[in-house]
Design a protein around this ligand. Sequence first.
Ligand code: ATP
Ligand code: MG
Length: 580
Amino acid sequence: MQRVPLRQYVSLLTYYLKPQWFRVTLLAIFMFGGIGLNLLNPQILRYFIDTAKAGGALRNLLIAGGLFLAIGILGQVVTLVSSYLGQDVGWRATNRMRGDLAFHCLNLDMLFHQQYTPGEMVERVDGDTTALSNFFSEFVLQVIGSTFFLIGVVILVFREDWRVSAALTAFVIIAFIIYNLIRSIAIPTYTAEREGYSKLYGFIEERLIGIEDIRTNGGKAYMMDRFYDVNSDAYQRVLKSEIMGEVVQAITRIMFALGLAISMGMGIYLYREGVFTIGTVFLVVYYTAMLRHPLDQISRQLNDLQRATAGLKRIEALQRRSSHIQDGTETLPASGAISIEFDEVTFNYTEGEPVLKKISFNLAPGKVLGLLGRTGSGKTTITRLLFRFYEPNMGEIRLGGTPIMTVLLDNLRQHVGLVTQDVQLFYATVRDNITLFNPEITDSQILAVIEDLGLSAWYASLSDGLDTVIASGGLSAGEAQLIAFARVFLKDPGIIILDEPSSRLDPATEQQIDRAVQKLLHNRTGIIIAHRLGTVERVNEIMILEDGEIREHGEREHLVKDPNSRFSQLLKTGLEEVIV
Ligand SMILES: Nc1ncnc2c1ncn2[C@@H]1O[C@H](COP(=O)(O)OP(=O)(O)OP(=O)(O)O)[C@@H](O)[C@H]1O
Ligand SMILES: [Mg+2]
């Protein structure tokens, strides 16, 4: 497994910690303060023991005892403050990172989003980042701090006797080498563990989304079978990595027991030789016992670093993944209807399976095109290309004469309003569902749109007005469409695309939607993808797609009058039999 270069860690740390330099400095001060206090305390103990043994003054003993206590308490306070600061710094840094990643993912093209399940994305953006949180908050300070502590102990023991100090140094070095050995064995199991989780979450997420289909099709039992498979895979991975963690712990414990035995043996020997006082023996043993914490810390930190490394690599890969869609620089005219032009556009989702073949058409500003065709003929795909969710393999799309490849994406999407086949609602208030959480849109604007779209009756039926929370699945398909219309209306784009749901609506809702559509299309260029003939009654042009090719395209009135046209045949037989 290749390592992540140090330079990368450093640049990550500086990028996310720089804005918090003050907090980080404070954290460093508290941490080193804590180390100093910890190193000081055994010295007082030694003084206490030797003074007591020599029959020293009670007053001195009391002072030493009081000091020992005070330093102990102060040490706890310092630890508390530094762990608070550590958490604070870590969360601030990782929250920023989560934000950056989420934003990055939002900007990636649809091909990317098709490759990953939502659960996997959650693991990527949140799980991996969480694994990095400790790296940010503690890693550098803890490792440097603990190293200083180790050096401090060795120096302080050296002042007593060089041989004990040399033995401790050797112990620390050997312990370190052993840690590094275990570490290289442990990393792959941690990586595997995270991957297992990510697969599990992905699986659960996808099944939750499809819960209705799974139930209605009686797929529950099979789904559970798969679930047990995925679950047991994750379990195996976790088990391995947990056992690995325990092995690391056990080896650590054995090492410390050995270290303690060595320093105790040497201390007692030197005491008998008359080199050490009993207080000094105690001091040396105490310091040796204290080595455990920094060595443990370093081991834990390296352990976390392994997790962080696994996360960091995936985050890195995600960040390197740039959108296939390059942003443009031009802007479209601020207002008014815009023309739509497709020039020999060819497109496929998968290599070798063209979905659109040399599609060319021209829609003048303010005109409305009714798009018909069998399911799978490529209607929705046309709208996706218009939004630049995907890039055509060949040909060019122009809006108002400007190739959309050269237009700023934000600007492009501002100019095209889309109501998709299945409208996505959020578990939020009606207001937020309509404004898509944009706080700048006022209630009076929303109410005006509701009025405009003829939704007043529906609005009156809401229990809390705009504050009514829409539960998941709490609206009918028709109502969801109307909410989507309101969204588009607020955006006020020059081009409107309606992808009519293929499911049927009740006549009253259908009428309501028809009225809203007419409102929406007023003074705008539009494409209506229709599954009902009623929907295309008022359009200017008709285009029929078949297997990704234009079968027929012309003025509606023209096609109606021509008895040989495909459209007039459709009208005769009724759309449903022929197309759907
Ligand atoms: N994301 C995708 N990845 C791969 N293939 C896709 C994808 N979306 C659609 N296709 C394929 O592209 C073809 C055209 O699909 P499209 O959704 O454009 O059809 P449609 O005309 O909108 O159909 P419907 O009337 O059912 O909405 C179909 O064969 C479909 O299987
Ligand atoms: Mg479609």
